[in-house]
Ligand binder design. Sequence first.
Ligand SMILES: Cc1ncc(COP(=O)(O)O)c(C=O)c1O
Length: 395
Amino acid sequence: MLPETALDTIVRPNIKALTPYRCARDDYSKGVLLDANENAFGSAVHREGQWHRYPDPVHDRIRDRYAALRGVKGTQVVLGNGSDEPIDLLQRVFCTPASDAILVCPPTYGMYSVCAQVNDLAVVQVPLNVHPGHPDHFQLNVPEILKALDNKEGPRVRLVYLCSPGNPTGEALRLSDIQALLDANREVIYVIDEAYIDFLQSREEDGGRGSGVRFIREGHPNVVVLQTLSKGFGLAGIRLGLAMASEPLIQYLLNAKYPYNIAGPTADIAHDALAPEALDGMRNGVSKLLEQRELLVNRLRDMSSQGIGRFLGGRDANFILVEVLSRDSSGPDPARALAIYTWMAERSQIVVRYRGSLPQCLGALRITVGTPEEMEECCARLSQALTLSDEELRA
Ligand SMILES: Cc1ncc(COP(=O)(O)O)c(C=O)c1O
């Protein structure tokens, strides 16, 4: 395990030296509040709540509830405007523009690379293993990742983004592979993006699939786990993501984030969503969704003679990645998949996601699991689209 002091050598020197912004509200939040230049006469719209006041800078009550849910300490949690915010913030804290790099394992979530471009960072790619039908499919290529980390030529990798369960793969990464990376003791930060963790049914076999929060509990100073209320909790609209890590790492993120990055209404809803009775509701919702996912898989299987091919990824998230085949079923057909995607969106207002241009996703559509009615409509339209000629799809 890396010593905690290793963080001081990975962090950007200017962030290490940063004097963070502090507001009086960091110390005092009650009484006659004349510290933050707010409008004491109230807000321009009349809604219940103290909206003329700035929100809490850190939201300890939410950090504590989330920490209790995941088995860490409140001081090991920082909140973000969605998990997209910490994806970016980590780059600003640990990577020097025009000098450092991040490492990603495609096919994966696009925002890691988009943020890297904005932050002027190089992107090193080590694709996931590709062995369809084998347990190693869409798993980490540990030796190649370590080789890339040891490469002395080119920009130095500071952050490694590991998406588990993966988007668009729908496959959770083996914890034993992440453990192997950690055992190799490289001076990098491993960012485990667990946006879809609430859909994952943890299992012990084949290296174990589950949350990487265990590495934080074990004391690894260089592991960050990102989670969100956007998926399992069904709260994408409030924009609330969370990063969990060792306390010194969380402190760097707190120092560099905007002072009031989480809006008051968001904080109130998030706090309610994390109350014990609401957690039961979330879990019930997830179980219903998983049932729909299995029904969707069966419906898609029934379309195999019409041109639905293999399921490319796993079943650890709230979506399915499935191949569209050519008319003679000889292989995946990206042009047909794209035409079906466009026809469904424009003719039937059923919007799925064309992922057929990503590596190892040739001709693939990613279908998010919806309500029973939505699934019925989606499958009926997809089945209809599969009967149409190229001309009819284009018409
Ligand atoms: C893997 C992954 N990470 C992070 C996000 C961002 O989620 P949010 O910013 O809503 O928390 C998404 C959104 O789809 C995602 O798929």
